[in-house]
Design a protein around this ligand. Structure first.
Ligand code: SAH
Ligand code: SF4
Length: 359
């Protein structure tokens, strides 16, 4: 018998449909959600203003569960990465990125969580640890939400900013992602504003089409990493199926009708995409899309040949983009020393399990 569905994976719409089917009112659905998300109870018994018959009904059809936290790396005032074990034993990694000091010198209250959307990834980008072991499976809505609940336990704070930049390609797990987004953004859920959520995609065009039609103002980051098909083909197999001639129009479609600019993520990899010519190709695409650019000097992954360019080379790439009046930032991964780039922690753990020696 498969386990009962998680109450924390129910959107308001789904819970309401269930309760009305069983003769209850909308008000009851609101009460239940209030217990789950405002009061954060973890048993149906604790929902003291519900009639016993309703508590029993809920307990017969749903359950509470948060994933087991198996490893935590880093300390409270730095990036903290943690690994959780799903009920089938799958390992999932997430990263808590603490409040940065705001421009006015005051400590901001921002707590960002980088969540995974899949166990592994099918897209096989050549530079990425998540792609190395292939795709094991999608994460369920409850498992996506579970990462947020676990992070709040670890941080002892509410998460108020979410980036889908952990393992996996979120747009290829669209239905579970969409339900998770409803729960995250709902004022009867985690109540995090759509503008505080970013989805990162490697350029999965069918998923981007769905996202273009999605009504909420979620932010979009595109892992471009190469501004010509030649470069992208070399490092990102997704580009063979959906080259720039398909990716760019769908990004334009996404921008139309919403007042948002996409961010182009661009990992700088030595001798692959870091020349002045690469910068000028990137500028051309960013101009066309009215996009911001986020440069990330590559984090080395054990067993992969790619290297980070020198600091000077990274800076001159950034300056070239900046001179062309494209909003550009360069982000050194804070978690370089704790294997914080996508998929690296899980990869190490899987290697340990299989007996190969990590560095
Ligand atoms: N699959 C999605 C989201 C997860 S990856 C995507 O590809 O966008 C989140 C980001 O981390 C992507 O931009 C990805 O390219 C980047 N990344 C992967 N491996 C990296 C590494 N070793 N160093 C720096 N960034 C890396
Ligand atoms: Fe998958 Fe993104 Fe890694 Fe590519 S960069 S393998 S799409 S997780």
């Amino acid at each position: 018998m498969s386990p009962l569905p998680l109450i924390t994976a129910q959107t308001e719409e789904k819970l309401l449909a269930f309760l009305t089917e069983h003769g209850h009112t909308k008000f009851r659905a609101q009460q239940v959600l209030d217990w789950v998300w405002r009061k954060r109870v973890t048993t149906f018994d604790a929902m003291s203003n519900l009639p016993p018959a309703l508590k029993n009904l809920l307990a017969e059809h749903f359950r509470f569960h948060t994933p087991e936290i198996v490893e935590i790396h880093g300390s409270a005032d730095t990036t903290r990465k943690f690994l959780t074990k799903m009920e089938d034993g799958s390992l999932v990694e997430s990263v808590i990125i603490p409040a940065a000091v705001a421009e006015n010198g005051e400590k901001s209250e921002r707590v960002t969580l980088c969540v995974s959307s899949q166990v592994g990834c099918a897209f096989g980008c050549k530079f990425c640890a998540s792609g190395l072991l292939g795709l094991k499976r999608h994460l369920t809505t409850g498992e996506i939400i579970g990462q947020i609940l676990s992070a709040e336990t670890i941080a002892e704070k509410r998460v108020n900013n979410i980036v889908f930049m952990g393992m996996g390609e979120p747009l290829s797990n669209f239905d579970n992602l969409a339900d998770a987004l409803e729960i995250i953004t709902s004022h009867r859920g985690l109540e995090i504003g759509a503008r505080h959520i970013t989805i990162s995609t490697s350029g999965f065009v069918p998923g981007l089409k769905k996202l273009a039609a999605y009504p909420r103002q979620i932010r979009l980051a595109v892992s471009l990493h190469g501004a010509t098909d030649e470069v992208r083909d070399q490092i990102m197999p997704v580009n063979k199926k959906w080259p720039l001639s398909q990716l760019i129009p769908v990004l334009e479609e996404w921008s139309r009708g919403r007042n948002q600019m996409p961010t182009l993520e661009y990992i700088l990899i030595r001798d692959i995409n870091d020349s002045p010519k690469d910068a000028s190709h990137l500028v051309r695409i960013a101009k066309r899309l009215h996009a911001k650019v986020n440069l990330i000097p590559y984090n080395t992954v054990e067993g992969l040949p790619w290297k980070r360019p020198s600091e000077e080379r990274c800076r001159s790439f950034r300056d070239a983009v900046h001179k062309a009046r494209i909003p550009v930032t360069m982000r050194y991964e804070k978690g370089h020393d704790i294997n914080a780039a996508c998929g690296q922690l899980r990869l190490r753990k899987e290697q340990e399990k299989n007996g190969s020696t990590p560095r």
